[in-house]
Design a protein around this ligand. Structure first.
Ligand code: NAP
Length: 618
C-alpha cells in the first residue's frame, strides 16, 4: 500500500518472485469509469473507490492461498473493506512527497498524473495496521525488509498454562501465526513454550520463547499480545515487562479472570503510553479454549478493530451459527461481564447440586438420577451444558465404583463468586441467589465442624418422596430466577459505571462455548431484544406463576426433611420478595429512626421530606 508512485507494483513483483506467491495489481480491478476519471485529472471519490476495494476483497477471499496485492489503500476504511474476512498484512511503502514526485515525473506515462499526487498524500491515513517500509533504499533492501516483516507472527500468547496453551492451539489451528512465551524459572520452569511447540503439530510454524524482548520482537506491528496468567500480581508483572518493550499502537490483551477495577486501572495507565489494552472475559475452560470459548472483550473501537477479528475467529459458534464474541464495551466491562457469568454459574451449579441431593433423599442412586436429568435434557427448553456434564459425572465409574461418591464434599472457589458478592453489595442490589451459592460452598468447607455438630445433634436426612414433574418445574423456575437476577445485576452495573451494555448481545455470547450455555440463554437472548425487564415479560411472568407452587412444594419437602437447599430457597425468596409491592422495611426504618434518628419517608410522599419521630416521648 501507499500513494501512487511509491513503487507498489515493482516491489510487489519482486516480492512475488522471492516468496513464490502470486502478485496482483489492484489497479487492474478499477472500473473503466474510474480509469477515465483519473486520466482526466479528477480525483476519485469514496463512492468510486469502495466498489473497487470490495471487488479486490472478493477476489482475495476466493484465493486458496496467500497472494500479494498492490493497492493504494489510503484510508483506514479502505483497508477495513479490503481486509473484510481476509487475514491481511498492510505493508506501507513510505516515502516523501519530493522523492515520489521526482520518481513519477521520470517514469512511463501512467493514468495517475503527478498533479494528483498531492491529493493522494492528503488522503493518506496511517494507522496501527500499516507496517512502514522506507522506500528510499534499493528495491532488494525493501524486499528483504518486507520479507522480515511478513515473517512476523500475528499474535503472541504469554503463559502456557491450561488456558494459554489451548487458546494458542485454537489460534494456530485457525491459521494464525503465533508466538508462544512462558517465563523461565531456573530449575523449575524451563523450555516450557519450546516443549509445547514441539508437542502439537499445529505449532509447526510457531515460534517459542522464554526471552520476553525476543518474543515481542517476533510479532507483527501493531503487536497483539494475549496474557493468560493468574489474575492479580502476575498480570501486573507481565504488563510492567511489556511496557518497556512494546510501542505506541501495540495491543495488550488480558484474557484471565482479572478484577474489573484492576482492568480499568491498567487500561488508563497503558492508554497514557499509547498502548491499547483489552480486558477480555473468556469462558469455556480447557475444552472451550481449544475448540471455541465464549469471549467478552472490552476496549476502544481502535483496539477492537485490531483484535476483534482474531477473537471472533477463535470464538465458539452457538447452535444457530452465531459467533459468541462481540465487543462488550470499554474499560473493565468485559471482565465485569465475565464475573457475572461466573456468579450465575455458581448458582446454576448449586441448583443442580441441590436437585441431586433431593433426588438422593428420595432414595435414587446415581444412575437413577442421571436418567431423571437425561429425561429433562430431552425436553425442549431444558438443554444445559452443566446438566449434561452432571449426567456424565453421575455415570462415571472406575474399578472402585462411582468417582462422584468418593469425592470429598468440600467445594473450592477461586474468588469470582466472592467478587460478585462484594460488587453486588457495593451496588446495593438484590443478588441473594448468587450469594447463597457462594455460602453453600463456604458451608461445605467447614466439614470438620459440620461433622462434630452432626454428631451432637444426631441429624439425619429424612427420606421423602417427590413428584418428578414438580421437581423439574421447580428446577426450571429456580434457574429462570437466577438468570433474571443475573441480568438485573448487569443492568445495575451498566447504570452505575456508565457502560452501554447490550444485554441481548451478552446473552448471545453466553449461548455457546461457555459453562452457562443452555436453551434458557437462547430464551434470554430473544427476550432481551424486546425488553431489559425480563420478569415483566408476559411469557416469563406466566412461567413463574405456573411453576411457583412446585418450587414452594419442593422447598417445603426438603426443609421438612432437614435437607439444606440454600439456593432453591433463595430463588423462592427472591420471587416472593420481588413480587411483593410492600415489604417489612417500614419497621426497619422505624427502628433505625428510633435508635439512631436516621429519619424515614412517608408512603404517601416517597420523594418528599424525611421525617423523624421522638418515639420515647410520644
Ligand atoms: P494456569 O494453568 O495456572 O497457568 C498460569 C500460567 O501463568 C502459567 O503458564 C504460569 O507459568 C504463568 N505465570 C504464573 N505467574 C506468572 C508470572 N508472575 N509471570 C509470568 N507468567 C506467570 O492458569 P490457567 O488456568 O491457564 O488460567 C489463566 C487465567 O485464565 C487465569 O486468570 C484464570 O482465572 C483464567 N481462566 C481460567 C479458566 C480455566 O478453566 N482454567 C477459564 C477461564 C479463565 P509457569 O508455568 O512458569 O508457572
Amino acid at each position: 500500500m501507499g500513494v501512487s508512485g511509491c513503487g507498489k507494483t515493482t516491489i510487489g513483483k519482486q516480492l512475488s518472485a522471492v516468496l513464490k506467491i502470486p502478485f496482483f495489481d489492484g489497479d487492474d480491478f478499477h472500473s473503466e469509469a474510474n480509469v477515465t476519471k483519473m486520466a482526466s485529472g479528477t480525483p476519485l471519490t469514496d463512492e468510486d473507490r469502495l466498489p473497487w476495494l470490495a471487488s479486490i476483497n472478493t477476489f482475495a477471499k476466493q484465493q486458496a492461498s496467500s497472494v500479494i496485492i498492490a493497492c493504494s489503500a489510503l484510508k483506514k476504511k479502505y483497508r477495513s473493506c479490503l481486509s473484510q474476512d481476509v487475514h491481511s498484512r498492510f505493508i506501507w511503502l513510505d516515502g516523501s512527497f519530493e522523492l515520489i514526485h521526482k520518481r513519477m515525473k521520470s517514469r512511463d506515462p501512467h493514468f495517475m498524473p503527478p498533479a494528483l499526487l498531492q491529493s493522494q498524500f492528503d488522503t493518506l491515513e496511517i494507522s496501527a495496521e500499516c507496517v512502514p517500509i522506507n522506500i528510499d533504499q534499493s528495491t532488494e533492501k525493501i524486499t528483504t525488509e518486507i520479507v522480515k516483516a511478513i515473517n512476523k507472527k500475528d499474535i503472541g500468547i504469554i503463559g502456557m498454562g491450561v488456558m494459554g496453551k489451548n487458546l494458542a492451539r485454537n489460534m494456530a489451528r485457525k491459521g494464525l501465526a503465533v508466538s508462544l512465551y512462558n517465563r523461565r524459572v531456573e530449575g523449575k520452569e524451563e523450555n516450557i513454550a519450546a516443549d509445547i511447540a514441539q508437542q502439537y503439530p499445529e505449532f509447526e510454524s510457531a515460534a517459542a520463547f522464554e526471552d520476553l524482548p525476543a518474543f515481542v520482537e517476533s510479532l507483527a506491528i501493531p503487536r497483539k499480545i494475549l496474557i493468560m496468567v493468574p489474575a492479580g500480581a502476575a498480570v501486573n508483572q507481565v504488563i510492567d515487562q511489556l511496557k518497556t518493550t512494546c510501542q505506541k499502537g501495540d495491543v495488550i490483551i488480558d484474557g484471565g479472570n482479572s478484577f474489573f477495577r484492576d482492568t480499568e486501572t491498567r487500561y488508563t495507565a497503558l492508554q497514557k503510553l499509547g498502548i491499547e489494552f483489552v480486558g477480555v472475559g473468556v469462558s469455556g475452560g480447557e475444552a472451550g479454549a481449544l475448540d471455541g470459548p465464549a469471549i467478552m472483550p472490552a476496549c476502544s473501537e481502535e483496539a477492537y478493530a485490531q483484535v476483534g477479528p482474531i477473537l471472533e475467529h477463535i470464538a465458539a459458534k452457538n447452535s444457530l451459527g452465531q459467533i459468541c464474541c462481540q465487543h462488550i464495551g470499554t474499560g473493565g466491562s468485559g471482565h465485569f461481564v465475565k464475573m457475572i457469568h461466573n456468579g450465575i454459574e455458581y448458582a446454576e451449579m448449586q441448583i443442580i447440586a441441590e436437585t441431586y441431593d433431593i433426588l438422593k433423599a428420595t432414595g435414587k442412586n446415581n444412575l437413577d438420577i442421571a436418567a431423571v436429568f437425561d429425561s429433562w435434557l430431552a425436553e425442549q427448553g431444558y438443554g444445559s451444558y452443566l446438566l449434561e456434564i452432571t449426567t456424565k459425572i453421575l455415570r462415571t465409574k472406575d474399578e472402585e465404583g462411582y468417582i462422584l461418591d468418593r469425592i470429598l464434599d468440600q467445594a473450592s472457589n477461586k474468588g469470582t463468586g466472592a467478587r460478585t458478592s462484594i460488587e453486588g453489595i457495593q451496588l446495593g442490589i438484590p443478588f441473594n441467589i448468587i450469594s447463597s451459592a457462594l455460602h453453600a460452598r463456604f458451608m461445605s468447607s467447614v466439614k470438620a465442624q459440620r461433622q462434630k455438630v452432626n454428631a451432637q445433634f444426631n441429624t439425619t436426612i429424612n427420606k421423602f418422596s417427590i413428584d418428578l414433574h414438580n421437581l423439574k418445574e421447580a428446577y426450571h423456575s429456580a434457574r429462570l430466577l437466577n438468570h433474571i437476577q443475573g441480568f438485573e445485576y448487569l443492568k445495575a452495573a451498566a447504570r452505575q459505571y456508565k457502560w452501554e451494555l447490550d444485554l441481548s448481545t451478552i446473552a448471545q455470547i453466553w449461548t455457546g462455548g461457555c459453562i452457562i450455555r443452555s436453551d434458557m440463554m437462547f430464551e434470554m437472548r430473544e427476550l432481551l431484544q424486546q425488553t431489559d425487564n425480563i420478569i415483566l415479560d408476559d411469557s416469563i411472568t406466566l412461567q413463574l406463576i405456573q411453576t411457583k407452587e412446585q418450587l414452594v412444594q419442593v422447598c417445603t419437602k426438603a426443609i421438612q426433611a432437614e435437607l439444606p437447599i440454600p439456593t432453591l430457597t433463595a430463588c423462592l425468596n427472591y420471587l416472593h420478595g420481588i413480587t411483593q409491592a410492600r415489604s417489612s422495611a417500614n419497621l426497619i426504618q422505624a427502628q433505625r429512626d428510633f435508635f439512631g434518628a436516621h429519619t424515614y419517608k412517608l408512603t404517601e410522599d416517597p420523594t418528599g421530606p424525611s421525617h423523624h419521630t421522638n418515639w420515647e416521648t410520644l
